[in-house]
Structure formats: C-alpha cells, structure tokens
Design a protein around this ligand. Sequence first.
Ligand code: HEC
Ligand code: HEC
Ligand code: HEC
Ligand code: HEC
Ligand code: HEC
Ligand code: HEC
Ligand code: HEC
Ligand code: HEC
Ligand code: HEC
Length: 418
Amino acid sequence: MGRVGALVCLGLVVLATWPVPAAAQPPAESCVACHLEVGDDRLATPAKEFGNSVHAAKGFGCVSCHGGDANEAGMEAMDPAKGYIGKPDREQISQVCSRCHSDARFMKRYNPAMRVDQLTEYITSVHGRRLMELGDDKVATCADCHTAHAIKPPSDPRSSVHPLRVADTCGSCHADAKRMEAYNIPTDQLQEYKQSVHWKMVSVKGDLSAPTCNDCHGNHGATPPGISWVGNVCGQCHVVQAELFTKSAHAKIFVDLGTPGCATCHENHAVTRASDDMLGLGEGAVCAGCHALDDKGGEIAAGLRERIDLLRGEYDKAHAILLKAERAGMEVSQAEFELSGAKDALVKAQAAVHAFTVEAVKKEADAGLAIAAKGYERGVQALEDLQFRRKGLAVSVVIILALIGGLVVKIRQLERKT
Ligand code: HEC
Ligand code: HEC
Ligand code: HEC
Ligand code: HEC
Ligand code: HEC
Ligand code: HEC
Ligand code: HEC
Ligand code: HEC
Ligand code: HEC
C-alpha cells in the first residue's frame, strides 16, 4: 500500500506543478491547419479525428494536451519553451489526462456529477501498477481504452468504451496472442465472452444491465466498489444465488480448494444459460466433476435433480391436461393462471440449488408440487365435466328421438283410424 500511496503522491505532485488551463481555449487553429496540410497521415489523422471529440465540443484544442502555442503559424508553434511536450510517451499519458480529470474544481465547472477518481483507480489496477512500478508499457493507458483524439462519452455508441464496443477494445490487446505472449495468461476472454449469455443479452436483446468486461473488472481496472475480488462480482446482480452460495458448505471448501466461487460451475467469461442438466451426476452435470454416488455430496446432488425433475414432470402433466380441456372448449383460464405458480416455484427451486441442501430445494419444490397437483385435478375435473355434458347431450338426443318416434307412431295410428 505504501508504494501505491507514494504513486498517488507522485501523481498529485505532478498535477500540482502542471498548470491547469484557466478556461477552455478556442480550437487551436494553427496546429490543425498545418497538420492537415503537411500530407502525412500520422500528423493529419489526429487533427481530423479530434473534431468530433467531446474535448473539441467543450472548446479545447490541441494545446490542452500537447502544449505549444496555437497562435504561431510556423514550426515555432511546437516550441518546448512554450510548453510543447510533443507526443506524450506511454508513461506520461495518464498525467496528461488527469491534469484535468483529477482536478475536482476544474471538472465541476463542466460537469458537477463527473467522477474525478480515474487516475486513483487506474494506478491501483494491474494496468497502472505494471506501467508505473515496472515500466511495462504494453499495458493499457487512458488513450488505449478511450483513444487519444476521438474521445467520446461512454454513452455515445461511437465511443470505444460504449457497452457494445468495450469488449473489442479490451480484446484488441487481450485477444492478441502475440502482444500478450510475454505474459503467462490466457487470451481467450473475448472469444469466450462472446459465447456467453451475458453478451447475448447485451448485443442481441440490447439489455445493458447484463455485464461486459468493465462491469466485472471495473472501468479503470480496479474491481467495482465494495467488491474485494473480481470473483465475487457476480453477486452484485445475482443476489439470491450469491446469498445462498455464501452460506453453503461449498463457500468455505472452495476457498480451501483454491477454486473460484460461481465460476467453478458457470465459468467466468463463457457463462451460458443454466439448465437442469448441470445438476446431479449425469452427463453435463457440474457436480459430477467432484462428486460420485458413493459420497454424501453426490447422493444429495442426485436427490436435488430428482426433486426438480419431478416438479417439472408434474408441471408438464398438469399443463398438458389443462391445454387439452381448453382446446375442447372448457373454461380453464383461472386454473391455468394458478398453475403458473408451479412454474415460479420451479424457478425458485433452481435458485435454491445454490444452498446445496435437500431442505432448501424441497421447500420450494413441494410448494410447486402442491400447485401442480391442484392444476392437474382441475384438468381432470374439466374433462369429466365435458364427458358428463356429452353424455347428457347424448341422453337428451335419445329422449328427443324417442319422443319424435312416439309422435310419428301416434300420428300414423290416428291417420289409419280416419
Ligand atoms: C507549420 C506546421 C505545423 C504547425 C503550425 C504545428 N505542427 Fe505539429 N508537426 C508538424 C510537423 C511537420 C511534424 C512532424 C515533425 C517531426 O516529425 O519531427 C509535427 C509533429 C507534431 C506532433 C508529433 C510529435 C512526435 O513526437 O511524433 C505533435 C503532437 C504535434 N505536432 C502537435 C502540434 C501542436 C499541438 C501544434 C499547435 C500548438 C502544432 N503541432 C503545430 C507541423 C506543424
Ligand atoms: C485529450 C488530449 C489530446 C488532445 C486534445 C490532442 N492530442 Fe494528440 N495525442 C494525445 C496522446 C495521448 C497521444 C499519444 C497517443 C498514443 O501514444 O497512442 C497523441 C499523439 C499525437 C500525435 C502523434 C500520432 C502518432 O501516431 O505518432 C500527433 C501528430 C498529435 N497527437 C496531434 C494532435 C493534434 C494536431 C491535436 C489537435 C487537433 C491533438 N493531437 C490533440 C493526446 C491529445
Ligand atoms: C484540458 C482538460 C482536459 C484534458 C487534458 C483531458 N480532458 Fe477529458 N474531459 C475534459 C472535460 C472538461 C470533459 C467534459 C466533461 C463534461 O462536460 O461532461 C471531458 C470529457 C471526457 C470524457 C467523457 C466523459 C463523459 O462521461 O462524458 C472522457 C472519456 C475523457 N474526457 C477522457 C479523457 C482522456 C482519456 C484524456 C487524456 C488522453 C483526457 N480526457 C484529457 C477535460 C479534459
Ligand atoms: C482498461 C481501459 C481503460 C483505461 C486504461 C482507462 N479507462 Fe476511462 N473508462 C473506461 C471504461 C470502460 C469507462 C466507463 C464506461 C461506462 O461507464 O460504461 C471509462 C470511463 C471514463 C470516464 C467517464 C467518467 C467515469 O469515470 O465513468 C472518464 C472521464 C475516463 N474514463 C477517463 C480516464 C482517464 C483519465 C484514464 C487514465 C488515467 C482512463 N480513463 C483509463 C476504460 C478505461
Ligand atoms: C493496450 C493493451 C491492453 C488493453 C486495451 C487492455 N489491457 Fe488488460 N492488460 C494488458 C496487459 C499487457 C496486461 C498485463 C498482463 C499480466 O497481468 O501479466 C493486462 C492485464 C489485465 C488484467 C489482469 C490479468 C491478470 O490476472 O494478470 C485484467 C483483469 C485486464 N487486463 C482486464 C482488461 C480489461 C477489462 C480491459 C478493457 C476494459 C483491458 N484489460 C484492456 C493489456 C491491455
Ligand atoms: C461476468 C463477469 C466477467 C466478465 C463479463 C468478464 N470477466 Fe474477465 N474475469 C472474470 C473473473 C471472475 C475472472 C477470474 C479472476 C480470478 O480468478 O482472479 C476473470 C479473469 C480475467 C483475466 C485474467 C486471465 C484469465 O483469463 O483468467 C483477464 C485478462 C480478463 N478476465 C479479461 C476480460 C475481458 C477482456 C473481458 C471482456 C471481453 C472480460 N474479462 C469479461 C469475470 C468477468
Ligand atoms: C452487471 C450485472 C451482472 C453481473 C455482474 C453478472 N451477471 Fe449473470 N446475468 C445478468 C443478466 C442481466 C442476465 C440475463 C438474465 C436472464 O435472462 O435471466 C444474466 C444471466 C446469467 C446466467 C443465465 C441465467 C439463466 O436463466 O440461465 C448465469 C448462469 C449467470 N448470469 C451467471 C453469472 C456469473 C457466474 C457471474 C459472475 C462471473 C455473473 N453472472 C455476473 C447480469 C449479471
Ligand atoms: C470443485 C469441486 C466441487 C463441485 C463442482 C461440487 N462440489 Fe459439492 N463439495 C465439494 C467438496 C470438496 C465438498 C466437501 C467434501 C464432501 O463432503 O464431499 C462438497 C460438499 C458438498 C455437499 C455437502 C455434503 C455433506 O457432507 O453434507 C453437498 C450437498 C454438495 N457438495 C453438493 C454438490 C452439488 C449439488 C454440486 C453440483 C451442483 C456440487 N456439490 C459440486 C466439491 C465440489
Ligand atoms: C457447485 C456448482 C455451482 C456453483 C458454485 C454456483 N452455481 Fe449457479 N447453478 C448451478 C446449477 C447446477 C444450476 C442449474 C439449476 C437448475 O436449472 O436445475 C445453476 C443455475 C444458476 C442460475 C440460473 C438459474 C437460477 O435461477 O438460479 C444462475 C443465475 C446462477 N446459477 C448463478 C450463480 C451465481 C451468481 C453463483 C455464485 C454466487 C453460482 N451460480 C454458483 C450450479 C452452481
């Protein structure tokens, strides 16, 4: 912590000695004009991209990051004596940005709600620490994630850190095996994440409440507030499962085993939709990786699966008979509505799996079984009623036919008499 503290202090010293612009300057005309003219893409691209950025929109110019004098038309605009720093080297970038972004008073003038802790967070992240402590310049700097010149608010769909784009931004390094060669870490996070239910929710359903890279790892590399370890982040959204898991036998055992919590059974990046097949000792069951029928955990695992299968079976049975009655024209909408309670119970029982006890699952499943039994009974009743009505109809038809027959006979008798 001492080192980090020292780094923060160092950062603050640099900030204090680097004057913040008194106010937003008008766009730096001479820099842009000349850079667009010299016919070198490396020099022109920044000038072109900058025009659409949030900083240009706020009235800042090139000098706000690079220094120099925008009123000079010639090469003397880039005179170090006028504060020109050239292209900042990678270790310098975070200082260039946080000169403004860590200055609460300055930022308040533009946006009182804007956070000013990006540098503080960044230098405690793996990226920031490696850069500042080890001089490792392959890690992400502010400009790698945000770009240097095309910076836009994260909510802008064109921003490199918009929820739909941030995974590719992180992946530009983390999925690049060559770039990551020196580090002994996997490079499959992007590929795996793109197969996950989370990415599907974000990209197909447009549900931005599902996580992308920075929701789990923190915007600036430090894990989100209140989370001591990224493995615990799942519980921020999946509250019920996390509460049950934390109190379960596995919570402590998994720490001793050195396996992650939720990710042991769900993966961290390739989180797929859960299914009953994950439970028990059959094929695809996660429990089978550590348990067998001859140990207590395995026995319980198989038992939990049986309960859930039973409930699903009973629900299906009740649902089918009510459907049959409905198709035959019987009024069963109330019964069908009540049966949906059994479906809810199934969902609750699936969540209760995370307590890894028979009681927890049994409690939810039994409630569902009772509802399913009632629903089934109502279906049987409806079909019986239908049967009864049909019989009644048949009997009345017979009686009516008999009456008509009797009448015909009577009429003929009368006719013969006359
Ligand atoms: C008269 C033309 C001209 C003007 C005006 C000008 N530049 Fe340049 N700039 C250049 C040229 C040419 C280079 C390439 C110089 C080199 O490679 O040594 C360059 C390079 C740069 C670089 C890259 C330096 C590097 O190390 O790669 C930056 C950053 C830069 N200019 C910023 C600015 C800023 C900020 C201003 C305005 C204050 C400005 N320029 C004004 C012509 C100009
Ligand atoms: C918000 C801060 C910021 C502003 C404003 C800014 N730059 Fe930069 N610029 C950077 C950073 C950071 C880098 C280094 C990027 C990197 O290392 O990838 C850079 C790099 C450059 C380079 C070198 C590009 C290269 O590929 O070598 C040029 C040229 C340049 N800027 C010109 C400009 C011009 C011209 C403007 C005004 C239109 C401008 N910059 C405005 C932050 C800024
Ligand atoms: C001269 C001061 C200054 C410098 C230097 C600066 N910024 Fe900014 N930045 C601002 C201001 C002011 C805003 C606009 C805040 C607002 O009005 O919402 C802003 C906005 C942003 C936003 C959009 C935030 C949002 O939620 O809307 C991002 C991202 C950003 N800056 C990143 C950077 C990065 C990365 C660098 C360094 C490469 C940098 N800034 C350098 C002053 C600066
Ligand atoms: C590893 C990638 C990464 C790095 C490095 C990074 N940022 Fe960010 N930044 C993000 C993401 C992701 C967001 C938030 C996106 C969102 O809110 O959905 C963000 C948000 C921001 C915002 C908007 C306000 C906020 O805090 O949410 C500002 C300003 C900002 N960053 C500045 C910086 C500065 C300054 C640095 C360098 C000290 C930096 N960033 C380094 C990825 C990064
Ligand atoms: C410019 C390239 C680059 C970008 C962009 C980048 N990273 Fe990194 N990241 C690295 C490098 C290099 C390391 C160091 C690897 C190591 O820890 O040994 C690293 C380390 C990490 C680590 C720690 C890995 C470990 O356990 O050692 C995490 C987590 C991480 N990055 C997440 C992200 C996320 C999330 C984003 C996007 C918001 C991102 N990175 C963007 C290059 C990058
Ligand atoms: C749902 C949460 C979640 C999302 C989304 C997520 N991660 Fe992770 N990530 C984790 C967890 C949990 C770990 C394991 C941490 C540990 O074991 O210390 C991890 C580990 C990592 C590591 C360390 C190396 C490794 O693979 O174990 C890197 C690098 C990383 N993630 C990058 C990314 C990138 C890049 C993205 C987006 C493409 C991403 N993560 C999306 C939760 C997530
Ligand atoms: C930022 C919130 C958030 C975080 C963090 C998060 N998730 Fe999710 N997760 C969601 C959302 C939203 C869905 C989609 C909900 C749905 O359709 O049922 C989802 C879906 C799931 C599903 C599929 C649910 C099903 O019905 O089959 C699983 C399993 C899952 N997440 C596990 C995890 C794990 C494990 C982690 C941590 C590594 C994690 N989640 C982190 C929000 C989050
Ligand atoms: C990473 C390995 C691992 C996985 C996967 C795993 N367990 Fe366990 N579980 C253990 C260990 C180790 C113990 C403690 C030793 C024991 O009782 O077997 C344990 C204990 C249990 C217990 C408590 C047994 C008792 O003695 O009361 C139950 C119940 C249990 N597990 C159920 C499950 C279920 C259900 C699954 C699948 C959803 C599962 N486990 C998946 C490793 C695992
Ligand atoms: C020991 C294995 C195991 C662990 C650890 C585990 N789960 Fe699960 N999880 C399962 C199984 C098995 C299912 C499927 C239950 C079913 O559908 O019958 C499941 C289902 C889910 C679902 C979707 C179904 C639902 O409504 O519950 C979510 C969401 C989920 N888990 C999140 C988490 C989170 C968050 C954690 C960590 C706090 C976690 N899981 C830890 C085994 C595990």
